[in-house]
Design a protein around this ligand. Sequence first.
Ligand SMILES: Nc1ncnc2c1ncn2[C@@H]1O[C@H](COP(=O)(O)OP(=O)(O)O)[C@@H](O)[C@H]1O
Ligand SMILES: [Mg+2]
Length: 276
Amino acid sequence: MTTERADGGGTAEVLAGGLANAGAVFRRGDVVDRPAPPTARALHAHLRELAERGFTGAPAPVRLAGDGREQLTFVPGEVALPPFPAWVMTDDALASVGRLLRRLHDTAALIPVDRAADWPRELADPEGGTLLCHNDICPENVVFRSGRAAAFIDFDLAAPGRPLWDVAMTARYWVPVLDPATAAVHYPTAPDPFPRLRVLADAYGLSPEDRAALPALVEQATAAGRAFVTARLAAGDPVYTAAHAKLGGWQRWDRLQSWQTANRERFVAALLTEMP
Ligand SMILES: Nc1ncnc2c1ncn2[C@@H]1O[C@H](COP(=O)(O)OP(=O)(O)O)[C@@H](O)[C@H]1O
Ligand SMILES: [Mg+2]
């Protein structure tokens, strides 16, 4: 995380984290310099509108360079990177992610989506929607301060969708809604996913209707994740290809998806029993 390289602008710290832009995200003081996604112009406008409406949980845009790179404010705090530390799987961390996601959505709901932008379909809600979802709230994209989620970063895969789709995507990573064998590969501890999905739903404040729908949507979101990996592999992406092989290939996805479907009703029951 602290590899340094000298470039024209002085010494920059390489920020480790995600796979998509591995080795291409730099920090220089208060500014992060990274490859700009194709939707950067619309995203910067959205981030500015979030800030204007009082949402403090996202970086602010600084500059969009013509060279295909963008600059955003560096958000101070702690980001969990693999191998994940134990705190990443605490109920407090999960609940704080749920509360921050609700705040993001409540603010994003006030901002009209730029329909002219070519939002990526890769992890987007297949049904579309009227609110700009983040779609990729994995541990590497959340900054914590004092043990609580303080900001979401890396909006590259943001696209219009239903808020519940974003909750489902978040659940995949943060509950995590994974069979025990898969969870053990990614996380230091594999906590019981049934009460954990409930923690997320309670923190977000999901309605009974949304609770009933969430487990099936997590299955759909997992299928979208699989399609995302399939496309990266088909394109010959070396980083995703190596990660896919290391994590257990398609067998792992088959096992995970069967497990999710087999446990759908159990998740629904955990979400709806004795509603507060
Ligand atoms: N604005 C930011 N504030 C703080 N840390 C950041 C910021 N942007 C990126 N990082 C750090 O850099 C890592 C990689 O950046 P990210 O933009 O998520 O790359 P990728 O697109 O490859 O996922 C993140 O996981 C985080 O640790
Ligand atoms: Mg990232």
